[in-house]
Write a protein that binds this ligand. Structure first.
Ligand code: SF4
Length: 397
């Protein structure tokens, strides 16, 4: 068994390498792939993660390693990793040497469907694997109007680049209810509602209407939803999300060092009572939702590793599951052109975070229920250590 785990850890390391450095390919290489038919395409609802934009050219959403880990596609022409297409098969290669043949992710059935007003369900709820939906109600952030958007974020640039070309806009509760109903009938079982700041912070009414629509169309009172929200000034608002039926809540602090938080997230500092209030909101969320039912996120690589780990440990001690996701210098963000730390830096951080979660007793079910996509490195470490992947049963995913 340890051989299989060693193999999986090597595939995990490669996932971090190709995630941080990206993959080089001719953007037209996927013309042989049935994207939007058999295979799932990338949809630009929130943040462009490729290191260059590619309007009008579809890329796949992701692919699997030989032992079943899910990799995402990040295009970067400077990378030493590449995709090669030869005799009907796609391969991942390094310096031109083939590493493995690539199996792209299949498109979920509900992507073919439209809501009663004719909107494509593929643009309403992204399928992020293993029964999880990511629903960005808006693909913009009102902080831009104040010049206070987070320096690593490209939500508004992504909307300007792809919004019209891909027909992505504001999503209405009924559209979301119908889409979740269809996806849950297909086997989905967890969702996150998220988006940028809404002018005048009016998101709570919207989240309550969305919860009602989801309950109506799924017939479920507990639909296993995460409400991803900014810290409200009035913390009592947090109770309303719980009453509306969300099982978990997420409030992303992004940076633990309070001075760096001020500089990198000026809107979160100025519109939400500052770093202290953000932490207070997370602690209050645990009072309302319970331990292991509140999530935060830090963008890993913006601050020293010790600071990130200090934040994750502090929040874990309070019952908050704080993730860290590798900083990707997104095109159109203020940090475009910067570099994330080396992949080994990230791998070491992930292993330390997983150890903190174990120390505080967080289970796989808790991290599954509170995070927006079940394909992070932390999820993978749990699935490898607890032998949860299909390959441990002799199956390939
Ligand atoms: S609050 Fe910050 S991270 Fe969130 S959408 Fe707005 S600019 Fe981006």
């Amino acid at each position: 068994m340890s051989n299989l785990k060693d193999t999986l850890y090597r595939e995990l390391e490669l996932k971090i390498l190709t995630g941080v450095e990206g993959i080089n390919f001719d953007p037209h290489i996927f013309k042989h792939l049935d994207l939007g038919g058999r295979f799932q395409e990338e949809v630009h609802c929130l943040f462009e993660g490729d290191h260059e934009t590619h309007v009008g050219i579809k890329f796949p959403a992701g692919y699997r390693s030989p032992h079943g880990l899910v990799y995402t596609v990040k295009w970067d022409r400077r990378s030493s990793y590449s995709f090669i297409y030869e005799k009907g098969t796609y391969y991942l290669a390094h310096h031109g040497e083939i590493i493995f043949p690539v199996e792209f992710l299949e498109r979920p059935n509900y992507y073919k469907l439209k809501t009663s007003d004719g909107t494509s369900m593929a643009n309403l709820a992204l399928y992020v694997q293993d029964g999880v939906l990511l629903i960005p109600y808006s693909n913009e952030c009102a902080l831009k109007d104040k010049g206070q958007d987070c320096k690593f974020c490209n939500i508004n640039a992504t909307k300007d680049t792809y919004g019209e070309a891909e027909g992505i806009g504001w999503k209405y509760p009924k559209q979301i209810g119908e889409t979740v109903g269809a996806a849950y009938r297909d086997g989905a079982r967890h969702l996150t509602i998220t988006g940028g700041f809404v002018a005048e912070r009016r998101e709570v009414e919207y989240y309550l209407d969305v919860a009602d629509a989801i309950k109506e169309h799924t017939g479920l009172d507990d639909f296993n939803g995460t409400a991803c929200v900014g810290a409200p000034h009035d913390l009592n608002i947090i109770d309303k999300y719980k009453e509306a039926g969300y099982r978990t809540i997420a409030t992303n602090i992004e940076v633990w060092d309070r001075n760096m938080f001020k500089a990198i997230c000026p809107g979160k500092e100025l519109q939400c009572g500052g770093w202290e209030h953000w932490v207070k909101a997370l602690e209050y969320e645990v009072e309302v939702f319970g331990r292991g039912k509140v999530r935060s996120n830090i963008v890993a690589g913006l601050e020293p590793k010790e600071s990130t780990l200090e934040g994750i440990e502090y929040l874990a001690s309070k019952g908050v599951i704080c993730f860290a996701t590798s900083w990707n210098p997104n095109p159109g963000s203020a940090f475009e052109g910067h570099r994330s730390p080396e992949p080994a830096w990230h791998f070491d951080l992930y292993k330390k975070i997983a150890a903190i979660y174990r120390k505080y007793g967080f289970t796989y079910e808790e991290i599954y229920d509170c995070y927006a996509a079940p394909i992070t490195i932390i999820h993978d470490i749990y699935r490898i250590e607890d032998e949860m992947l299909p390959v441990f049963k002799g199956l390939v995913a």
